[in-house]
Write a protein that binds this ligand. Structure first.
Ligand SMILES: C[S@@+](CC[C@H](N)C(=O)[O-])C[C@H]1O[C@@H](n2cnc3c(N)ncnc32)[C@H](O)[C@@H]1O
Length: 257
């Protein structure tokens, strides 16, 4: 899925919602950054995490925001204009153009699962990390990501269509093996699962529903069915039986020294 134009706009609204705030807090808590560190945010999107990282590493440190989407990076640049220690790389994760062993830490939030050659991206992260460097990643267990409240057959159809939006549905389950083979140790997983029962403007449910509806149309689901699904979710919310559950996992690992 490309994060340009309307999808990018919805993704940024989602990242600004309560779920995005929670994820940024969890990443900052898991990273042990200090003044002078250099960190890369892989798939930084609109860069909501970058300012926090910039403050953590201070003026002697450096933050790199990498994303292949010019649209996302334009937003990130605008949002980070007050920081002098953030730079941007309009590149894919598998080819950063950075020298070996140059970063103290790497982080990524809901990006690695979109990359077809995720092994290439992880190898590149390993290459640019210094020995002993840390990686903090959040990816979603998409098999456990679900709206509730619409009629089962239609609900399944929309969710089945959405599977094609990302390349690795269950990446957190595969990361320990992949990272272990690249020389990472001390892998730890933490569930950031959440449940939402409302579709208000501070809820990722509203924006995710929009993204899924648009995506379903590109996968051949009819406009009537998509509209019906959305109207069933709205009715379910009114009746107090709407739910949206997501299961992000935060993985921490360290590159062997
Ligand atoms: C769901 S957004 C997450 C953005 C941000 N990390 C956040 O939490 O708000 C996924 C991001 O991954 C980026 N992305 C897609 N393919 C990528 C690749 N090959 N390398 C790096 N980033 C990629 C997209 O452009 C998009 O900005």
């Amino acid at each position: 899925m490309k994060f340009d134009n309307n999808v990018g706009r919805l993704q940024r609204l989602m990242a600004a919602s309560i779920a995005g705030i929670g994820r940024r807090y969890a990443v900052l808590d898991a990273l042990t950054l200090k003044s002078g560190d250099k960190i890369i945010d892989v798939g930084c999107g609109a860069g909501q995490l970058l300012g926090h990282l910039a403050k953590a590493v201070g003026e002697t440190g450096q933050v790199l925001g990498l994303d292949p989407s010019a649209d996302q990076l334009a937003q990130a640049r605008a949002g980070c204009s007050e920081f002098t220690n953030i730079s941007f790389l309009e590149k894919g994760a598998d080819d950063t153009g950075l020298p070996d062993d140059c970063c103290d830490a790497a982080t990524s939030t809901q990006a690695l699962e979109y990359i077809l050659d995720v092994d290439g991206a992880l190898s590149e992260i390993q290459r640019v990390l210094k020995p002993g460097g840390s990686l903090v990643n959040i990816s979603i267990l998409w098999d456990h990501f679900r709206f509730h409240g619409a009629e089962e057959g239609l609900n399944n159809k929309i969710h089945d269509a959405f599977r094609a939006h990302c390349s690795h549905q269950m990446l957190p389950m595969e990361l320990p093996g992949k990272l272990g083979r690249l020389g990472f140790t001390h892998m730890k997983d933490k569930s950031l699962a959440f449940v939402i029962t409302r579709r208000d403007q501070n809820s990722p449910a509203l924006y995710t529903e929009n993204v899924m509806a648009n995506f379903a149309l590109t996968q051949g689901v009819s406009e009537e069915e998509v509209a019906d699904w959305r109207s069933q979710l709205a009715t379910a919310e009114k009746d107090g039986r709407f739910g949206f559950a997501s299961f992000p996992v935060l993985t921490t690992a360290y590159l062997s020294s």
